[in-house]
Design a protein around this ligand. Structure first.
Ligand SMILES: [Zn+2]
Length: 303
């Protein structure tokens, strides 16, 4: 790969870049790209938003930060891809409309379908050329998440950065799963962080502000003075066997024991379809936003 293709190699110290970077894929829109190269040397920090097209806090954080950031504050390169899956974004959809693919299951990419090809373009041109990746999510249309920032097992530097990210985001030891952007970045030797805030396909300005402050600390090389020592969330999504209208008995942030009732699912006649129970003990870190659940939908994240 020629270096002229490197999205930030041509930037001199103190320069900024605001561009649409062609994906080379007919059906995938050009990627909005915002980069600031600081006057001091340092790592390449890449923040990504809207890997799922119905999540907005990450994109907003990248926008506000780029337009307020002074190159004097930046150590190294601060890069942002605010809309990673532009086709999904335009469709207000979690997944790529062309093939139904979940981009966050498609990294580092492949040749089968638009989602995999887009994943390959992003991984090759951006992720492999950064030192630190921060992938910013929300619960999207279907879920609402507790604010949380995570790292992967063995990611010591990532854990230290996550714990000093600020904004009250709960520390989170993410279970590794092939195809996930931050996990594949971790496996490729990058310092990799993943974050969640809110959801319901709304934009919580507090989440965007917390994300922006955290990124600013990362790109300035000056993490917040406070360290969050709470034990990390480290669980998984629980799905429901039965569909129906879900009335939860639990709230975000609540601690539950294994076997605790999560709520009630009604069928269309108002009869009890199921009474799901917590599969593990932990803190409720996500719940459905869309209350009508299909069989096998996510009903909670317990971590
Ligand atoms: Zn997401």
């Amino acid at each position: 790969m020629s270096d002229s293709n490197n999205p930030w190699a041509a930037l001199a110290a103190g320069e900024r870049l605001q561009a649409h970077w062609p994906t080379g894929l007919e059906e995938a829109p050009a990627l909005p790209l915002l980069v600031v190269r600081g006057r001091r040397p340092g790592p390449v920090v890449l923040a990504t938003g809207a890997v799922h097209g119905d999540e907005y806090e990450g994109s907003t954080a990248i926008y506000t930060l780029y337009h307020s950031l002074d190159a004097e504050q930046v150590q190294g390169v601060g890069g942002g891809l605010p809309i990673v899956n532009g086709a999904a974004w335009a469709a207000r959809s979690r997944t790529t409309p062309h093939d139904g693919g979940d981009l966050n299951q498609a990294f580092p990419g492949g040749a089968a379908g638009l989602t995999q090809r887009l994943a390959e373009v992003i991984f090759t041109h951006f992720v492999r050329r950064c030192d630190l990746l921060l992938d910013l999510h929300s619960g999207g249309a279907r879920l609402v998440h507790l604010p949380m920032i995570g790292w992967y097992a063995g990611g010591t530097e990532a854990e230290a950065l996550a714990r000093s990210f600020g904004g009250g985001l709960h520390p989170w030891l993410i279970g590794g799963r092939a195809g996930v952007l931050s996990y594949e970045a971790h496996r490729a030797g990058k310092i990799a962080l993943g974050a969640e805030w809110g959801g319901g396909a709304r934009l919580d300005p507090a989440g965007a502000a917390a994300y922006a402050e955290g990124i600013q600390a990362l790109v300035s090389g000056a993490p917040a003075a406070t360290v969050d020592h709470r034990p990390p969330l480290s669980g998984s999504y629980q799905t429901t066997e039965a569909g129906g209208l879900f009335v939860p008995d639990v709230a975000l942030g609540q601690r539950v024991q294994a076997g605790a009732p999560l709520g009630l699912l009604y069928d269309s006649l108002g009869q009890e379809a199921a009474r799901p129970e917590a599969e593990r003990a932990g803190i409720i870190a996500a719940l459905p936003h869309l209350a009508w659940l299909y069989p096998h939908d996510r009903i909670a994240y317990i971590g």
